[in-house]
Every structure is written in structure tokens, then in C-alpha cells.
Design a protein around this ligand. Structure first.
Ligand code: PHE
Length: 512
């Protein structure tokens, strides 16, 4: 299914939880109307998203604030930093080897998101506290890997890239937002089609055509470790795994060097105010350092994560590995073997453009949106810099994309407020206490639902258990701050009161 019309989406997103909202409520002021619409306790029996209608059930847990994000598709907005980051990475994985899929629907089945990838039934990612369910069988994809099986089955090209919005219930801070964007990449080889049937030889030959670099890469572990990172011995030989791993790592290293070279070029040609922004990428001439570490994913083996040393901290940039052979087998292409990776576009865009807060990506403020322009516009100095060791490594074919670093338009004051409450004593839902067991993501979601993008951060300050009664108390500090204006004290207080009321109503807590 494709997302058809943005306007239809937005219309459908209005007041979905309670289609039978009372007339008097409609006559109240806009703010109260919104709150009432969004937080009605009666859910409709169906949810209309775009042109499709989905029955709801006891699994349904998607607030309107999330449904409102569905039509935004930041990775397709022409001059948006998420879209520019996508295009920069796409330029390293080109047609005809790689097909790019950018418009796959975010609504997928539980089978696509979890089962097809071998997630065990008790995997925490499947819980309602972590994932947005439309109903028991349908979710908002939590990762672009949800499309791996279908894309293997499509079998349209040896490789593919999938860029898309993904959804996870999560904590609130400057680098976490319940909607973000991922890019999935995969490259497969067909045993029946490679010359002489020798996959390892074919993969090594293809690797020879990839650009070389002189970046510092730490990769201390063997490709295969019998316990920590096993070979899929019934499907791949050791030599095949070595070749696939080498091709995977070299392909990704080329992209990472491309990204950090562009970031370096951007910070070299940047204005003083962008340079002084606290999140500026390291402008020093420190060589780029990256490392491969062992990882685990249910759908790859062996698996790795790539980390990049950025301002003294190792940052996780992507996950990857050799595709579990069950995927191509189940997709009807059992002779294909290969690798896959998944990366988060926000984190890379934050480094590339020097964007300090993830909420900025959702801003509709022209002062944000107009800053980034089209890539490849200012190519006049490319000649001088091409091939130069711009990020401590050299690579063929690097051009200057003319990435412009974010210039903060203003920093408006923060308004911190605390909320403390007692949790209900019973932890399992009963008829007298219909509230499900407490989970922090429920608190985060209520805060986000009421405060929207005015919430910069929410953290637990303290918790204790009262002697005698055994009641547990929690206290959260919520930092309210607009990225676009100074908030009035009374507006913050109104929002904060509403957060408290909703905590009571939806979680059954008692405010202290
Ligand atoms: N889907 C994984 C995640 O979201 C990343 C991944 C993709 C890992 C493909 C391996 C292969 O964390």
C-alpha cells in the first residue's frame, strides 16, 4: 500500500480516537477540544489512516500525535537535512546494482516486522510498551528491516536501499524521538548465477571495484566466533563468510568516510556562529577513527555494529551482518546469499549538519527549513578539494556536497517542572484497576502527547518505596522549551497540570 494524499492523511488524523465526540465538546475552545479528542478513553472500533480502515482491539496504542507524523515523510522533503543525508548515502549505492525504495508504507504486519526476521515470541521489542500497535496483527514498523523479506522476494536487483520513517515508544531527550528515519541496505549474490558457482571468488572480485581508503579502522575480532558470532555453517562456507564480511565492511567504510568528509568540508566553510554551536562536529584535524564490534541481530549472523569516534565518544552508527539464510529461503530465492545493514538517519544528520536537538527535524519554522538548500549547489571549490584527505582518509570520487551547517536562530529559555506521584498498588490489571502494569514509556508517552515538541527532556529524578504501605513513589523532571519562541509561565503550568491529570487518568497514579 502506498500513502496516497497528504491532505487526506491529515484530515483522517484529526480526532480519530473518538469519532463520536459530543457536540458541546466541539464548541469548547480549540485547545480543550484537542485535548478531549486526543485523550478520550473510548477508542473507536476502527482507525482510518489514509485510505485504509483498520479494526482496533485491546492492542491498539497509537496516540494521535504519532498518527500526525505519518504524512510528514521528512526523508522525502527536498531540502530537509534528513532527505539530504539520505541522498548523500544513496550516492554511494547506485543503480543498477542498488534499487532505492523510499515510499513503502509505515503500516506493516507483525509478521513483516518481527516473525519474518526470526524475532522470538518473547522478544521485548514486541511488547506494547515498545511498539505502536494498530491492532494485534498490525504495527507501525519499528525498523526498515520489516521490508527485507518482501524486497528479497521481489528480487528486482542484486542490492537495495530502503529509506523510511520508523516508530518506537521511547524515552524523551535531545537525541530520542518516537518517530525517526532509518536506511536499510542489502547486497545479494546468486549461487546459480555467479561464474563457476564460486560465491567467495565473485564477492572478492566485486570488492576489488570498491573505492579504497586510508582511514583508521579497528577490527580486532575474527569474522567468525563459534559462540559470540557464529557462521551459518549449513548455508555458508568460512570463505564465503569472509568474502561477504569484507565486502560489507568496505562498502560501509566508504559511506562513513563520505559522510565525515562532507561534515569536515561543511565545518571548514562554515560561518563563525555555526562553528560555535555546541554540537559542531570536531573541526580539528584529528583523523577519523572507526571500529567494528561484534553484535547480535536475529536476522544476521555473524553481525557487527560500526562505531565512530566523535568528540571523544564512540557513537554507534549502524548495525549489519550476513543475512540469515532463512530469509532468502522463505522469500523463494534460496540461492541468494549476502549482507544487510541498517542505519539511523537522524544521528548522521545531526553530526553532518551540527543539529543539536532531534526535535528540530520536525520544525516547520522557515528559519530552520530554509537553511540547508539543495546539495551539490556550491561545487565551485570541489576541484581544489577532490581527493584531499578531508577526514583523515582519502577516497576516490569525493565531491563537495556543499553541506551547510545549522546556524542556531536562538536559544529560548527552559522551564523545568517536576511531577511526583504514587504508583497504584496492584500491578496487574483487574476489573477494579484496569490499568496495565506500569512502564516508563507510558509516562513518556503521556508527557509527549500533552507537551508535544515543547518537551525537551523528561527524566526520573528519584524513586522510593514507603515503609509500611509498600507504595512506590516516582518523581520526574520535565524540561519544557520551545525551539521557536519563549514560553509563557502560565502556558507551561497549564500543560504541566494537564500532564499530571492524564497520569492520574490513564495510569491510575496518585499525585503527591
Ligand atoms: N534493524 C536493525 C536495527 O534497527 C539494524 C540492522 C539492519 C541490523 C540490518 C542488521 C541488518 O537496529
Amino acid at each position: 500500500m502506498r500513502l496516497k494524499s497528504t491532505a487526506r492523511f491529515i484530515r483522517a488524523a484529526q480526532c480519530r480516537w473518538n469519532s463520536s465526540i459530543s457536540r458541546s465538546a466541539r464548541q469548547e475552545n480549540q485547545f480543550l477540544k484537542d485535548i478531549q479528542c486526543r485523550h478520550s478513553s473510548t477508542k473507536p472500533s476502527a482507525l482510518t489512516i489514509g485510505n485504509e480502515t483498520y479494526p482496533t482491539d485491546s492492542w491498539t496504542n497509537i496516540p494521535d500525535s504519532i498518527l500526525d507524523a505519518l504524512p510528514r515523510r521528512l526523508h522525502l522533503q527536498p531540502s530537509h537535512p534528513i532527505s539530504l543525508t539520505r541522498r548523500l548515502i544513496e550516492s554511494r549505492f547506485q543503480s543498477p546494482t542498488y534499487i532505492h525504495h523510499n515510499t513503502l508504507s509505515p503500516i506493516v504486519s507483525v509478521a513483516q516486522n518481527f516473525d519474518s526476521l526470526g524475532f522470538p515470541l518473547d522478544h521485548p521489542g514486541r511488547s506494547r510498551t515498545d511498539t505502536y500497535y494498530i491492532n494485534a496483527a498490525t504495527v507501525l514498523r519499528t525498523h526498515t528491516s520489516a521490508h527485507q523479506a518482501d524486497t528479497f522476494a521481489l528480487n528486482a536487483s542484486p542490492g537495495f536501499l530502503i529509506s523510511a520513517d520508523v516508530y518506537r515508544r521511547d524515552a524523551i531527550d535531545r537525541s530520542h524521538y518516537p518517530v525517526f528515519h532509518q536506511m536499510e541496505g542489502a547486497r545479494m549474490w546468486d549461487r546459480r548465477k555467479v561464474l563457476g558457482g564460486d560465491i567467495a571468488k565473485a564477492v572478492w572480485a566485486d570488492l576489488e571495484t570498491l573505492p579504497t581508503h586510508s582511514m583508521q579502522v579497528s577490527d580486532p575480532n575474527p569474522t567468525i566466533h563459534p559462540d559470540r558470532n557464529p557462521l551459518q555453517a549449513t548455508h555458508h562456507t568460512h570463505e564465503e563468510a569472509e568474502a561477504l564480511a569484507a565486502h560489507l565492511k568496505r562498502s560501509i567504510e566508504a559511506v562513513v568516510l563520505e559522510i565525515f568528509t562532507q561534515a569536515r568540508l561543511a565545518s571548514l566553510s562554515t560561518t563563525p556562529s555555526a562553528k560555535s554551536s555546541s554540537s559542531s562536529i570536531a573541526t580539528s584535524e584529528e583523523p577519523l577513527q572507526i571500529r567494528w564490534i561484534e553484535a547480535y541481530f536475529p536476522f544476521t549472523s555473524p553481525s557487527w555494529e560500526l562505531e565512530v569516534l566523535w568528540q571523544g565518544t564512540w557513537l554507534e552508527v549502524l548495525g549489519c551482518g550476513i543475512v540469515q539464510q532463512t530469509l532468502p529461503i522463505n522469500a523463494g530465492v534460496p540461492d541468494q546469499v549476502g549482507w544487510a545493514f541498517g542505519l539511523g538517519l537522524e544521528r548522521i544528520a545531526m553530526l553532518l549538519f551540527g543539529i543539536p536537538d532531534i526535535r528540530l527535524f520536525w520544525s516547520k519554522d522557515e528559519r530552520f527549513l530554509s537553511q540547508f538548500g539543495e546539495p551539490g549547489r556550491s561545487l565551485d571549490h570541489v576541484e581544489k578539494r577532490a581527493g584531499v584527505s578531508a577526514a583523515g582518509g582519502t577516497i576516490e570520487g569525493i565531491r563537495d556536497w556543499g553541506i551547510k551547517r545549522f546556524v542556531p536562530f536562538s536559544k529560548y529559555p527552559a522551564s523545568p517542572r517536576d511531577v511526583a506521584f504514587w504508583l497504584p498498588l496492584t500491578s496487574s490489571p483487574t476489573s477494579s484497576n484496569p490499568n496495565p502494569p506500569f512502564h516508563e514509556n507510558d509516562v513518556m508517552e503521556i508527557i509527549r502527547d500533552i507537551g508535544g515538541d515543547l518537551v525537551e527532556d523528561a527524566q526520573m529524578l528519584d524513586d522510593f518505596v514507603q515503609k509500611g504501605t509498600g507504595r512506590k513513589s516516582l518523581c520526574y523532571r520535565i524540561v519544557y522549551r520551545s525551539l521557536e519562541r519563549t514560553l509563557r509561565g502560565e502556558d507551561v503550568s497549564d500543560l504541566h497540570t494537564k500532564v499530571g491529570e492524564e497520569l492520574v487518568r490513564r495510569l491510575g497514579v496518585a499525585l503527591r
